[in-house]
Design a binder for this molecule. Structure first.
Ligand code: DX5
Ligand code: ZN
Length: 230
């Protein structure tokens, strides 16, 4: 069913189902079958002031989705909860830096189970402590809004953080994926791609479009055009 090659070269587009119709989730997943992965926002009304769903729902999404799952955990106590998402078969599991005392240990557990491991940085979280840890992670998520809600405005001041990760990755030959999440639209994706992002979450700009597949293709083309300008 997936029409993209298995290796998913950059730029990768990952629609966020936070903006989907939760009551018709299977049909909403089919709308984005041309995307690289589906971004699954798990919120606990504690780490962020909003609530979505937990393991039983994500298990069903995993069972019916035509594309792999990029799980974004906006929850506390990830040492307890994150491995379960890897065990149910998620392609990638990303947790926030503040949600564990031992991010490297948790990333190693996730990789052992068989998923990719990602670390997420909120707008107020410094990137420097994590730059030397890039080999421990498969993805760094730089939030371009305060986590919790879709439809917010892109924070261009986070591009310095994106550029810092890009520079550190390039300097060490790291193949870590550099993901941005929040406010990604046709107007902002080029800025993020120029700064060095290669993996783009888009919620409202895909699910709010009349044709999600066309929105995905447009975002992919805009990101590719901007990244080639380097
Ligand atoms: C926000 C979520 C995002 C959200 C993005 O906390 O992590 O994934 O769905 O939505 P848009 O693309 O509408 O900003
Ligand atoms: Zn997200």
């Amino acid at each position: 069913m997936t029409s993209r090659p298995a290796d998913h070269p950059a730029p990768r587009i990952e629609p966020s189902i936070l903006s989907a119709d939760f009551v018709n989730m299977q049909a909403e997943l089919e709308r984005i079958a041309d995307a690289d992965y589906v971004h699954v926002d798990v919120m606990d009304n504690h780490f962020v002031p909003n609530l979505t769903f937990g393991p039983p729902m994500v298990q069903r999404i995993q069972a019916v989705s035509p594309i792999g799952l990029d799980v974004h955990l906006m929850i506390a106590d990830v040492d307890r909860w994150a491995p379960g998402y890897a065990e149910l078969g998620a392609f990638s599991v990303t947790f926030h830096a503040e949600a564990t005392e031992e991010p490297v240990n948790l990333a190693r557990r996730l990789r052992e189970i068989g998923s990719r491991a990602g670390i997420a940085l909120k707008p107020g979280t410094a990137v420097e402590p994590y730059l030397e840890l890039l080999p421990e992670f498969d993805q760094v998520l730089v939030m371009t809004v305060e986590p919790g809600f879709g439809g917010q405005s892109f924070m261009a001041d986070q591009m310095a953080k994106v550029a810092a990760v890009r520079a550190a990755a390039d300097a060490t030959g790291s193949e870590v994926w550099l993901q941005v999440d929040g406010g990604i639209t046709l107007d902002t994706i080029g800025v993020a791609a120029e700064a060095g992002a290669d993996t783009f979450v888009a919620g409202s700009s895909v699910y709010g479009a009349p044709h999600a597949g066309e929105a995905i293709a447009g975002l992919r083309a805009a990101a590719a055009a901007a990244s080639h300008r380097h």
